[in-house]
Design a protein around this ligand. Sequence first.
Ligand SMILES: *Cc1c(COP(=O)(O)O)cnc(C)c1O
Length: 396
Amino acid sequence: MYADYKSFLEKEISDIKEAGLYKNERIIVSPQSSEIKINSGQTVLNFCANNYLGLANNPELIQAAKEALDSHGYGMASVRFICGTSDLHKKMEKAVAEFFGTEDTILYAACFDANGGVFEPLLTENDAIISDSLNHASIIDGVRLCKAQRFRYENANMEDLKKQLQAAQSCKFRLIVTDGVFSMDGNVAPLDKIYELANEYNAMVMVDESHSAGVVGKTGRGVTEHYNLKGKIEIITGTLGKAFGGAIGGFTTGKKEIIEMLRQRSRPYLFSNSIPPLVAAAGIKMIEMMTATTTLQDKLHKNTEYFMEKMSKVGFDIKPTASAICAVMLYDAKLAQDFASKLLEEGIYVTGFYYPVVPKGLARIRVQLSAAHEIKHLDKAVTAFEKVGRDLGVLK
Ligand SMILES: *Cc1c(COP(=O)(O)O)cnc(C)c1O
């Protein structure tokens, strides 16, 4: 059997390559940071990590993790409900709830699991999930696992959301679900309007703060802070793999009865291992740091503003945003690819995105800002963008 299957796979893979969609992994041999070393020996400035607050290599988090290794060991070797719950897990769950102004939190191995395990235990075929068309893959998969009726609205389109809510009025319970920040354009979901419509049409709201937690809002509490809705949203999911330290882990935080039910019925929680105590310990430290001062959040906001302003001034077409994602629009797929590889020659590591990741004709380079960047890094990036932009005829 395998001989046939092998040639089938070989053909599929070569099709992927021919379509220019094959993903090669670049190998990094230093810690994740603003400046990284890749295995070619080149040192480059990193503008494509989700390391928004620069915590992926933060000495205080590393210290907290090391101490927990000594006090709590390496792993739990159990799911939470058997013998996998340590005091650090409980403390971390409480810290996340305090940070977002919610009632309780449940931890997962990843936000992919949080989203994969949130719908099925809460909603039945009598209910409705009304989902933004650009929501993350893990939300899409989570919705697929649930029997609720599905309604989809165009990205951030409130007219369409209203229509879908009207169509879902005969259902028993309604849940609107949206990413807080959409990763391709960096646009922030209009949560204020979503919340209004939810009230008008008797629905609950879930927001995935993966790209917005630690980033959006004056103190980094995410889109619920940005729109003054702290504590009002029923369900928030998020990751510990982006601004919140960059290691691994996810969470759902919100109304306490919802969290209680997830602990009873959520399959990725019931049937998958606890996160290592050292990750919880570093997470507790991370929340402590972000609560004590907003130094990192402030620096990220300053860096983002600085970079966006310089890039617009130089003449690039930038999507406006309150996130730390800067989409530099190039429109043409080949151009985006060439642009990114020329930037790497200049020591700037960014990724070009093109169809099917973004719609045809909307290719771009996505720049992700970080509190780990210094002004000299940002200046170097803008200078490189300008040079490559002129070389490739994007700038006149
Ligand atoms: C990154 C991301 C996830 C997945 O998070 P992991 O913890 O890496 O699984 C889920 N949702 C959104 C919106 C994301 O951006």
